[in-house]
Design a protein around this ligand. Structure first.
Ligand code: NAI
Length: 342
């Protein structure tokens, strides 16, 4: 029976995999620690590693896993910006779950927009304290507003349909436009014409801090920003500065650039040392959720199912349909005859 070192385990991940116990032949070693160079040795004696979004899959981690004889890392997520693919090439195969529920993320993006606009986070706090005043809770109609969607892949496309359902005008930007019914524009036009901007592109060197002081300067006054993609798409300092000045009317974030230090953990009894995060959380027009856009039962079940399939493909010497490597990322990967990147 193959043994899997399952890092950064939370009860909700475990349930999805335990539910599939009967249908697979894996012995899963659940480890609460995140994968990084200090914890990688805990995979000793295992045949594969299963990792998540904030695990540190650096060269150092990869070298340790490789020395332990691990030849496959199964990411149980879609994003993979935490992997040093150059270091992994020819050593460790990396497979992902490319789409588990784009609906989960797109629906959460809309939930965030509705909540931050209609101040639901504040309203709920008030009524819990029997404060039924409406002062300061005025929002705006989404109907007729222009929303700019950056990235029109699986999640962006569903989000666009949801926005159309609200009667919004949608502008989109993507360097690889999809054949969908939406008006594609250049990035500058999207910035200048949108009342709301929602990010649905991956984090790459091209998209790092795509929302920064300069791009914010091109936006309408009182613009709202929604980010359910990756924290480092937004320069948090520039966001904070422009929220304070009133240039940005509101922000709803499911991701944050320094999230790996805090997200998914309980710090309610401690002092948060990240002043930018603490300041953002304190603003009345900001909502932050802790990278939970994916967290639906459907998505968790699909993550477990596809991860098990990915591992079965590897151990049964089959083509790895969800493998990503350094060359794939450079768009010049030709899969070998065995259907693998190397
Ligand atoms: P996808 O790969 O289907 O779509 C991404 C789109 O972004 C593609 O159309 C691509 O052409 C476009 N893109 C690439 N470079 C771009 C650029 N420079 N500017 C604008 N667009 C660009 O990915 P999917 O499934 O739609 O996911 C999008 C992102 O959502 C992921 O990369 C991930 O970071 C994030 N995500 C967040 C989750 C959460 O729980 N908060 C869960 C799952 C994904």
């Amino acid at each position: 029976m193959k043994k899997i070192a399952f890092f950064d385990t939370k009860p909700y991940d475990k349930k999805g995999f335990d539910d599939l116990k009967e249908q697979n032949d894996f012995n899963i070693k659940y480890i609460e620690y995140r994968l990084n160079p200090d914890t990688a040795y805990m995979a000793k004696g295992c045949d594969a590693v299963c990792a998540f979004v904030n695990d540190v899959i650096s060269k150092e981690t990869i070298d340790i896993l490789s020395e332990l004889g691990i030849k496959i890392i199964a990411l149980r997520c879609a994003g993979y910006n935490n992997v040093d693919f150059e270091a992994a090439l020819n050593k460790v195969h990396v497979v992902t779950v490319p789409a588990y529920s784009p609906h989960a993320v797109a629906e959460h993006a809309m939930a965030l927009l509705l909540a931050v606009n209609r101040k639901l986070h504040r309203a709920t706090h008030r009524t819990r304290d029997f404060n039924f005043s409406l002062n300061g809770l005025t929002g705006f109609d989404l109907f007729g507003k222009t929303i700019g969607v950056i990235g029109t892949g699986k999640i962006g496309q569903i989000f666009i349909e949801i926005c159309k359902g609200f009667g919004m005008n949608v502008l989109a930007y993507d360097p690889y436009p999809a054949k969908i019914d939406v008006q594609y524009v250049g990035l500058d036009e999207l910035f200048s014409k949108s009342d709301i901007i929602s990010l649905h592109c991956p984090l790459t060197k091209d998209t790092y801090h795509i929302i920064n002081e300069e791009s914010i300067g091109k936006m309408k006054d009182n613009v709202y920003l929604i980010n359910t993609s990756r924290g480092a798409l937004i320069d948090s300092e520039a966001l904070l500065k422009n929220l304070k000045s009133g240039k940005i009317g509101g922000a709803a974030l499911d991701v944050y650039e320094e999230e790996s230090e805090v997200f998914f953990e309980d710090f309610s009894n401690e002092i948060i040392r990240d002043d930018t995060l603490a300041m953002l959380i304190s603003l009345p027009n900001v909502i932050i959720t802790s990278h939970q856009a994916f967290l639906t039962e459907e998505a968790l079940n699909e993550i477990a199912k596809v991860t098990i399939e990915n591992l079965n493909e590897y151990f049964n010497s089959q083509p790895l349909k969800n493998e990503i490597c350094y060359r794939c990322n450079k768009a010049n990967c030709e899969k070998k005859a065995n259907g693998r990147c190397f």
